[in-house]
Ligand binder design. Structure first.
Ligand SMILES: NC(=O)c1ccc[n+]([C@@H]2O[C@H](COP(=O)([O-])OP(=O)(O)OC[C@H]3O[C@@H](n4cnc5c(N)ncnc54)[C@H](OP(=O)(O)O)[C@@H]3O)[C@@H](O)[C@H]2O)c1
Length: 512
């Protein structure tokens, strides 16, 4: 990634490499990875010396693998599909059937990769992408290590992309990091969170640090509170069995929401180098005040959706009726937290986080509410109060920035109304087709880990939510389901802010 340029404006192709996709017949590979490679190919960002080697247990050869990917690519790329570009990419796709649990298959893999490397001149650089169940990560990396495939020389590199979830709790995350470190240096590990591939997340940093007027306001003197929302209108789809084990808190808060919080709250880094950014994010996570069991009862809310009507009019069933979900399930599909950051900049500023499934809208945003202006100059007028300014960083959909300002309502009397200054990326920079994985894959090929997660960040995220998980496990919920699909979550989520004299922002998605 280059933060001085925008996504897709890079002009140079990535370094030569062979990308080995473990789980190439799976959902992630078909829906995201191959489409992302097509977009990179279209943008001229894949090197000429490039190949993909797909691995899975499906009985396929190169041709039938290409056919399989071809069957899906149009659905996932949509109108952006370009046959000529696809033909450029497809010739570089290779396949090998493998049982990832069988050590002997890794010797075959070594031989096959060596052939591809010579044929495609990929210079011995291998990017191993783990699009497989997390339980296999330690096993696969260990077999790769034993086979010597993770061994770098002065002239080539070996990198491993790990998909979330990075553990199920603090203990398992620490164990996973240990297991990965048995065979890999931390600098070879790329833990991916595609939310961080989004342009607006990168733009948080540009917005904060390239605009001189923002930084002086970015602190407890001027900011009343911050709201982070990752709302999904979809249910668990076909991932019920996975979600039953995860739940909204584990699935979204330690990774996506806390890292967004880190970018919003961090001090200016010395540079955009990945280690400088990571250190600043980690300092924020370190400064989050731990939640005692009493705090969890007061500052954490969980919910599960029952049946309901979505804003589109669609009637949807309760979470407990989803495939793979227990009829008595106690898994939360909604979680909200109030956190505070114990440092100079943020003393006394609450950060409210919420995430859930089957909510009233599909959106990710960060809303920063400024303190109210004094109304003293309006005395003896009809103005009783002036609404505070709110700055909204929209991550999806319609990525952009919105600022609400008070303005005089035209007329003979004094009235103050709220007007919005609204900037949408698409209006200025166009809309590039993207899955969210393009920047991240390109960065990994170039050895830039800025948007990837370090072991420390993962463990700190789990430390923060562990006390919530412990209390919730000890006190199973008795009121589930406690919100209707198509709403903004349980009443207790509203009360979390109301008790502090605040309200969740009423989210309106711009028509784009
Ligand atoms: N799908 C998404 O949108 C998404 C989003 C974020 C993160 N992720 C993460 O990405 C990873 C992959 O997810 P996914 O949804 O693509 O899973 P998936 O559809 O189950 O794909 C995994 C593939 O690996 C194959 N496989 C599993 N064990 C194997 C073995 N021992 N030998 C050979 N092949 C084996 C599977 O074959 P079988 O089907 O025959 O088992 C399947 O084709 C997971 O870690 C997930 O948490 C996925």
């Amino acid at each position: 990634m280059s933060l001085t340029q925008s996504n897709y404006t890079q002009t140079s192709a990535a370094l030569p490499n062979a990308m080995v996709i473990f789980g190439a017949g799976g959902d992630l590979a078909k829906r995201k990875l191959i489409p992302a490679l097509l977009h990179l190919c279209n943008a001229g960002l894949l090197p000429d010396s490039f190949a993909v080697l797909g691995l899975d247990r499906l009985d396929l050869d190169d041709d039938s693998f290409r056919d399989l990917m071809g069957e899906h690519i149009r659905d996932h790329v949509g109108a952006a599909f370009d046959q000529a570009v696809w033909e450029r990419l497809i010739g570089r796709l290779h396949y090998m059937q493998i049982d990832m649990l069988d050590g002997a298959d890794y010797e075959r893999l070594r031989g096959r990769l060596s052939e591809i490397d010579t044929q495609r001149e990929t210079e011995g650089n291998y990017l191993f992408y783990m699009a497989i169940p997390p339980s296999l990560f330690p096993h696969v990396t260990s077999r790769l290590g034993e086979t010597g495939l993770l061994q770098e020389t002065e002239n080539d590199w070996r990198r491993v992309v790990i998909e979330k979830p990075f553990g199920q709790d603090l203990e398992s995350a620490v164990a996973l990091n240990h297991e990965l470190h048995d065979n890999l240096d931390e600098r070879q590990i790329y833990r991916i969170d595609h939310y961080l591939g989004k342009e607006t997340v990168q733009n948080i940093m540009v917005f904060r640090f390239a605009n001189g007027f923002i930084e002086p306001l970015w602190n407890h003197h001027h900011i009343d509170h911050v709201q982070l929302t990752v709302a999904e209108s979809v249910g668990v789809e076909h991932r019920g069995a996975y979600y039953e084990e995860a739940g909204a808190l584990r699935d979204m808060i330690p990774n996506h929401l806390l890292v967004l919080l880190g970018f919003i709250a961090m001090e200016p880094p010395n540079s955009f180098e990945s280690s400088a950014l990571r250190d600043e994010v980690n300092k924020v996570l370190d400064a989050i005040e731990p939640l005692s069991p009493e705090d969890v009862l007061r500052h954490a809310v969980r919910g599960q959706y029952g049946e309901g009507d979505m804003p589109s009019g669609e009637k949807v069933k309760a979470y407990r009726s989803s495939p793979g979900v227990d009829l008595q399930s106690r898994t939360e599909t909604f979680a909200a937290l109030k956190l505070t950051i114990d440092n100079w900049r943020w003393a006394g500023v609450p950060f409210y986080l919420r995430t859930g499934k089957r909510l009233a809208a599909q959106c990710t945003e960060i809303a920063i509410q400024f303190k109210k202006a004094p109304t003293v100059i309006f005395k003896n007028t009809d103005v009783e109060q002036v609404d505070p300014n709110m700055l909204v960083l929209r991550i999806q959909p319609a990525e952009g920035i919105q600022m609400s300002l008070g303005a005089k309502v035209p007329g003979p009397t004094m009235g103050v109304g709220i007007v919005n200054m609204d900037f949408c990326y698409e209006d200025y920079f166009g809309n590039k087709p993207a899955t969210g994985y393009e920047t991240l894959i390109y960065d990994c090929m170039n050895g830039d880990a800025t948007l990837y997660k370090h072991a420390d960040t993962i463990e700190k995220g789990w430390e923060i939510v562990q006390s919530v998980m412990d209390v919730w496990a000890a006190l199973p919920p008795r009121d589930f389901p406690n919100y209707a699909a198509g709403t903004w979550g349980p009443t207790a989520a509203g009360a979390l802010l109301k008790n502090d004299g605040r309200l969740w922002r009423r989210i309106k998605i711009p028509n784009k």
